[in-house]
Design a protein around this ligand. Structure first.
Ligand SMILES: [Mg+2]
Length: 257
């Protein structure tokens, strides 16, 4: 069937079925922020998670109290791992179609925390995002170099390496954390990165989006072609220059501008 006819058929199906069976929430019954319009907390929290992952929610500080249990279940159950695996697969399928020039300038950028390394042990001890982010407590934990790899990201990392990409790690961590960060990455199974870029003195205090896009511009200035960029925060991915493709990992626990 040609595409136009398929579309017509679909739209006629929707016009018959939608009012009662597909669109179960009538538009008139919804008010912004009115949870009663959703069927219980789980559905609300699923929609909340969608809104933060897509950045529709914009700046937010804490997981809503009613969604803390939902986030805990999401992060510790099979869904987070499954979502990460989907991102990894999507990334790898794009990467497989990239032509590697062989001049050592085909790059892929990775954020580190919640992208290569999982901070779940820290967040499990700090309420799964229900507490306002405490940078000092978090840094103390990060300096222990004890964060495990996100398994799907380790597979992607090694897959990209095998394809010939230069892997550049670009993190909001500061230079004083270089040794602990490199140690942690190696312990978690990551190796042979092209470069590990941390915030220098001049970068401290810059919004993540400004700092990271500035570093990408520097890399392009050195001749790197940034094919892919993987990060759990929109500030890892937005800002010019952007990679050819950006891949957002899930993170419903905290937000960094
Ligand atoms: Mg991160």
């Amino acid at each position: 069937m040609d595409p136009f006819r398929s579309l017509l058929l679909l739209s006629s199906l929707f016009s018959v079925a939608a009012p009662h069976s597909i669109l179960q929430i009538s538009p008139g019954s919804r008010r912004h922020g009115d949870r009663s319009a959703w069927k219980g907390d789980e559905l609300y929290c699923e929609s909340w998670r969608f809104s933060v992952e897509t950045n529709d929610a914009g700046v937010w500080k804490q997981v809503p109290e009613i969604c803390v249990g939902f986030v805990r279940e999401y992060m510790t159950g099979e869904r987070y791992a499954s979502d990460c695996a989907m991102v990894s697969n999507n990334s790898m399928s794009f990467a497989g179609g990239v032509e590697i020039a062989g001049d050592g300038k085909d790059a892929w950028i990775f954020d580190i925390d919640e992208t290569l390394l999982s901070n779940l042990p820290y967040y499990a001890a700090h309420g799964f995002g229900s507490e306002v982010f405490d940078e000092n407590a978090y840094n103390e934990w990060a300096n222990l170099a004890d964060a495990p790899a996100i398994p799907a990201s380790l597979i992607l990392y090694n897959g990209l390496k095998g394809l010939g990409f230069k892997l550049i790690l670009l993190t909001g961590r500061t230079e004083v954390q270089r040794n602990a960060t490199a140690k942690n990455l190696l312990l978690a199974g990551y190796s042979n990165w092209e470069r590990l870029i941390l915030r220098g003195i001049d970068d401290v205090g810059k919004p993540a989006l400004v700092y990271k896009s500035h570093k990408r511009a520097e890399l392009e200035g050195e001749g790197y072609r940034i094919h892919g960029n993987s990060g759990d925060q929109w500030s890892d991915l937005l800002g010019m220059p952007v990679a050819t493709r950006s891949f957002k990992l899930p993170n419903p626990m905290y937000y960094i501008e």
